[in-house]
Design a protein around this ligand. Structure first.
Ligand SMILES: [Zn+2]
Ligand SMILES: [Zn+2]
Length: 381
């Protein structure tokens, strides 16, 4: 089906333009080698949870170093008001300690955009990307021009006789197009938003609670935790973009090359891991860089190269354990339209928060926040 992601960091390559500056984060900070018995991870909810920590019922064989939650991994400015640790109850019933903090809602490591191409000749270098669960595509003018063919649907025609593409270039258009029921006059628009068009022109912060030591779930891994997690540079890792609703309205909710875009409800948020905003440097040989924490507290690293996948023996959630890091996830390829597949650990359930992922990769009802729009470069703060 077409296109490849040329302007963007493929799979496991980091985009050098978008990494934390070496000044921001010390080089090899990663392994907070807190020895943690895997068995302790599984502890879950025991009724006498009043004892504080010092009881470690670990079998030596299961011991390994588990990389746990560390505020220090976040970029300066990614967390707004510091972090508070407090007792929490996870969705599987486990009592845990959670770090509660508010993320800035705008990447500290790069400027967002560009998103939509402006004409049918706009090159990949001047526009963002699109992924639909089946592939990842440079959002060139040519791609827009060929939408009717690409999606085999003659109702696509997103440009005028001069080759100018319909782009949501005002706040009003953004609000009309970036909502569940796309205003009919914005059908056949490439949708993008800007920081300036959010309420008060401000980034939308989000407060999250993440267990400081992950606790494995005793039931099946959750495929629907709401958001998957947060990036180390202060952005929500959202559920799948509601592609069927977006395409159903004949819109394209473009992503920038970092895999993020804006909507009015969440501001800037990520739907793919393309190599942006990572912890600088590889600390562990053979591993890709870390860029976020999942809601269950396990670290998320960039995708592994296809050639390394077999040996890595990733589980159904895309994770594995390695010496030094313990259990961690590797993000899916952007083409999957889902940064993670499921969570192995328990997390803090958030009630009614954005309605969860509207229908997986390429299907599912237009629920929640269909059209999320995305947009251009607004240097933030
Ligand atoms: Zn790994
Ligand atoms: Zn979105």
């Amino acid at each position: 089906m077409g296109g490849s992601l040329s302007g963007t960091a493929p799979e496991d390559e980091r985009n050098p333009m978008s990494r934390f500056s070496p000044n921001t984060l010390p080089k090899s900070r990663v392994i907070g080698a807190v020895a943690l018995a895997m068995t302790a991870l599984v502890a879950g909810c025991s009724s006498d949870s009043s004892s504080s920590t010092s009881t470690s019922t670990s079998s030596k064989s299961a011991e390994q170093s588990q990389h746990v939650f560390e505020t220090a991994h976040f970029a300066d400015g990614a967390i707004v008001d510091g972090t508070k640790n407090a007792a929490c109850t996870l969705n599987g019933g486990a009592k845990a300690t959670c770090a509660t903090f508010t993320i800035a809602g705008y990447p500290t490591a790069y400027s967002t955009g560009p998103f939509c191409p402006t004409t049918i000749t706009t090159p990949a270098s001047e526009a963002g990307i699109w992924f639909d669960g089946n592939g990842t595509y440079d959002l060139t003018g040519e791609f827009i021009k060929n939408l009717a063919t690409f999606y085999n649907d003659n109702e696509w025609h997103m440009y005028d006789s001069k080759g100018n593409i319909n782009v949501t270039d005002t706040r009003e258009a953004f609000l009309g197009a970036a909502r569940p029921d796309v205003d009919p006059k914005y059908q056949n628009f490439c949708v993008e938003g800007r920081l300036a068009w959010l309420t008060n022109g401000e980034a939308i912060t989000k407060t999250v609670s993440i267990p400081t030591k992950p606790v494995l779930t005793s039931s099946s891994p959750s495929t629907n935790p709401g958001d998957w997690g947060v990036t180390l540079d202060g952005v929500v890792i959202a559920a799948s973009a509601p592609v069927s609703a977006i395409l159903g309205a004949h819109t394209i909710a473009s992503f920038d090359k970092c895999g993020g875009h804006f909507n009015n409800a969440e501001g800037y948020h990520m739907h793919a891991s393309t190599g942006c905003g990572t912890l600088d440097n590889d600390h562990i040989s053979g591993e890709t860089a870390m860029f976020g924490y999942a809601m269950d507290g396990f670290p998320i690293h960039l995708p592994l190269k296809a050639s390394k996948l077999k040996a890595a023996k990733l589980d159904e959630c895309g994770g594995h354990s390695t010496p030094g890091l313990g259990y961690h996830y590797h993000a899916n390829s952007p083409s999957k339209n889902s940064v993670l597949t499921c969570l192995k650990g328990q997390f803090v359930a958030v009630a009614g928060d954005r309605g969860g992922p509207p229908g997986g990769a390429t299907g599912g009802p237009p629920v929640g926040q269909p059209n999320q729009s995305p947009p251009p470069n607004q240097p933030a703060k």
